[in-house]
Design a protein around this ligand. Structure first.
Ligand SMILES: [Zn+2]
Length: 478
């Protein structure tokens, strides 16, 4: 299918966007810095993944190795990856707490996959786990770049250091597992399942590490990241989607908890970070109903489902049917476990079943990349209206601003004129051939010349992305 935007940052891009337009100029500047670094990084990653071997270019583990193969690097506030190696597998702890947290977090993630599911790392073949800490300045993010983890130290005002959150580390690494197994399309319902699977295994990493039962766990994603004073408890709540935060700087948690409130949208790859609340709650409700450790019975059913016969365009109903089948295969027809799975799904308004191939993940197809503008098109006049829209991100919030070219600073007005007079945007959209979980998507619409194009952030050139950001931000914080 056509791809969408991407990357694997843990802070919902929409949250960063909200901060970037905060009234607190210092905070806004920091968030803007993070957004800029994200862009450089994503571009770097695309380049790295284009090399021979693609996403599996990381060297394979030595045969017979059973244990995490971790290497931690220090970017020392810069953005070169991976940075200076500061700790390898088996080395003693250093005095740097971030290094210790990253090392331990990668280890805890490996332990869940190995001890609960006998899976040796993300690819099942001992893929080495590489991480970089102290990335960038006041960097409000953490992500999996397809080959390694990267952690910022946070801005200290809204977000604390990103090595603090075990479920966040687990979430991003789970995107790697999904990539190697179900390959769920990052669009519509299959995309929301992709996001949900990352939340499920991310939270299970934390519970497994703490030895916490389903009933004792908090079922929060990113609780350790929020600084004191932020009005919220986490980035997401699997027990009560939609209630994680309500903060003047971050907005309100947009997740639905039931199909009745399913959000139909073309934004955020069809609401992948929003509607994931529905399967998240189904998993939570199942685990709590079963009792005991969530990674054992409920987690195993989800693991069997993701690693079994599943199509990349799987929708909620089909996924629910596959989890019932997985529970039946392991526990028997009509077993309490299989019935509990069915009940959990019906509780969130999903009827377990199957649907015709191709039904899933296509509820909100990507925007038409648009027809290339005639190269002879004259530069648009200053009165030309352009709508810029940014969607996607960890929880799927949208920002939009419509401007006339004449109201922009001269340089930006000229940049838009040249952008709209050529087919550069359409070319970037057409060149997008892969998926980028957790990244932004930029949409640009204009009536004359006619432009209606959606482009994933990682494929944008830095100057274009900066232009979009300045335009979205407006004059107040320009
Ligand atoms: Zn994600």
């Amino acid at each position: 299918m056509t791809t969408s935007p991407a990357c694997c940052s843990i802070v919902p891009p929409y949250l960063l966007a909200a901060l970037a337009s905060s009234d607190d100029e210092h905070l806004a500047a920091r968030a803007q810095g993070t957004l800029r670094v994200d862009e450089e990084l994503r571009r770097g990653r695309v380049t790295a993944e284009a090399r021979p071997g693609g996403r599996t270019a990381t060297p394979a583990a030595e045969p017979g190795t059973t244990g995490p193969q971790r290497t931690i690097h220090d970017a020392q506030g810069g953005t070169d990856l991976p940075g200076t190696q500061v700790r390898a597998e088996g080395d003693p702890a250093t005095a740097d707490e971030a290094v210790t947290q990253a090392y331990d977090g990668l280890g805890a993630t490996w332990q869940l996959w190995w001890e609960a599911y006998e899976r040796n790392s993300l690819d099942g073949k001992g893929l080495p786990l590489v991480a970089t800490v102290h990335y960038g300045q006041d960097y409000d993010n953490a992500f999996w770049d397809g080959t390694q983890m990267v952690f910022g130290d946070g801005d200290g005002v809204v977000f604390l250091g990103f090595t603090r959150s075990l479920d966040v580390i687990g979430h991003e690494l789970a995107h790697g597992v999904t990539q190697y197994t179900a390959g769920l399309n990052y669009q519509g319902q299959s995309g929301a399942l992709n996001e949900s699977v990352s939340d499920v295994f991310g939270v299970l990493v934390k519970q497994h590490s703490l030895g916490q039962s389903a009933g004792d766990a908090d079922w929060l994603i990113g609780a350790d990241l929020l600084a004191p004073g932020v009005k919220g408890v986490a980035l997401r709540s699997m027990a009560a989607p939609g209630t994680a935060y309500d903060d003047p700087r971050l907005g309100k948690d947009p997740q639905p908890a039931h199909m009745d409130d399913y959000v139909e949208t073309a934004d955020d790859n069809g609401g992948v970070h929003i509607n994931s609340g529905i399967p998240n709650k189904a998993f939570h409700d199942l685990a709590v109903a079963l009792g005991g450790n969530a990674w054992e019975v409920a987690g195993r059913i989800w693991y069997d489902t993701v690693t079994g016969e599943i199509s990349a365009d799987c929708d909620f109903a089909t996924f629910a049917g596959l989890t019932v089948a997985a529970a039946t295969a392991r526990h028997g027809e009509g077993s309490a476990e299989a019935e509990a799975v069915r009940t959990a799904w019906s509780g969130v308004g999903v009827t377990a079943g199957s649907s015709a191939p191709g039904d899933g993940g296509t509820a909100t197809p990507p925007a038409d990349p648009g027809t290339p503008t005639d190269p002879g098109t004259p530069a648009p006049a200053p009165g030309t209206e352009v709508a810029v829209r940014r969607t996607g991100g960890f929880a799927g919030r949208t920002r939009e601003r419509t401007v006339t070219l004449g109201e922009l600073p001269d340089d930006d007005g000229r940049a838009w004129q040249s952008l709209l007079a050529t087919d550069r945007l359409q070319g970037l959209a057409a060149a997008t051939d892969r998926e980028y979980p957790d990244a932004y998507c930029y949409g640009v619409r204009c009536a004359a010349p006619e432009v209606d194009v959606t482009v994933p952030e990682p494929v944008l050139d830095g100057d274009v992305r900066d232009l979009f950001e300045r335009t979205l931000r407006g004059p107040d914080l320009a």
